[in-house]
Design a protein around this ligand. Sequence first.
Ligand SMILES: Cc1ncc(COP(=O)(O)O)c(C=O)c1O
Length: 356
Amino acid sequence: MSTEGFAPKIERVEVSALQTLKLENLPFGKYFTDHMLVADYSAGEWRDVRIEPYRSFDIHPSMSALHYGQAIFEGIKAFRTSDGGVAIFRPSENLKRFNRSAARMEMPEVPAELFLDGMRELIRLDQAWVPDFPEHSLYIRPFMFATDHYLGVRPSETYRFMIILCPSGPFFMEPQRIFVERHYVRAVEGGVGYAKTAGNYGASMHAAAEARKLGYDQVLWTDPVEHRWVQEIGMMNVFFRIGDKVVTPGLDAGTILHGVTRDSLIALLKEWGWTVEERAISLDELHEAYDAGQLKEVFGSGTAASVSMIRELGFEDRSMVFDPASFELANALRKGLSDIREGRVADTHGWLMRVL
Ligand SMILES: Cc1ncc(COP(=O)(O)O)c(C=O)c1O
């Protein structure tokens, strides 16, 4: 499949659902655009690439993704730019991560043409769905799942790749209360923590639900052996401003997701002259910094929320509380990132892939 050869079959909707929907302040993940992209993999090749009306499809009860969890996904955003165009933020990074997830789950690679040209073509078709309000975006969800009709435990020989789109309003804007999780675990070295695979999210829900019962919004995961080293928050990477440095957990252990937002914030921070340390961070270090008045800001980063302020790190015994109104750096990062994503400043990093 080459870029020039990228010509999906297109079946258009007869009447757009936009006729009865207003794009302002839609909740995340509930409303989908008129079309979706679909491709099927068999005999070692991706074939039958098509764009169809968004609709449900039949599933065989023995479909292997339902049983053994060979399923991966990505989350990306497209924005209306200030010149009236539409741009996608760093989708090539998501493609790399998607294929790393695929390799870990023994699933086939998805070529750039299918992933990148596919989403571009789909968004062009559904361009009227990209909201034009502050902090709004079009969320792009590429995903792949195993489709063999077979109950034997082995990698599937057939897969489906799809891209669906949903317009969404601002997400996670309120500062978060985070429970520091020291019982349940998300990821171990040698495991699948760095892969964006469905099971990671299914397995995280119980801990998040327990934390919610205590009044928290999400959990901060710690390492599985000592519950002492910080990993990441729910669906976000985590940053700490300690004195005049910024620290964030490193990627070497393979236990956290290589966040595209994380990488973008680190790049901005370095350009702004900050020292950024990517390394192991212990809860002891955080407690010491907090007691010394040096733990100045805590924030999460992710595609959905961009930069999300943390107002509490909760423990069973003693909690750390923060005043997000004083988070100058996190606020500057949020603004800096949204200025780039929405085209208000020059894209000096080449982070935007234009659709229109
Ligand atoms: C577990 C996890 N960590 C971190 C992130 C942040 O990654 P990104 O900035 O690429 O959205 C996400 C969201 O995709 C996530 O699901």
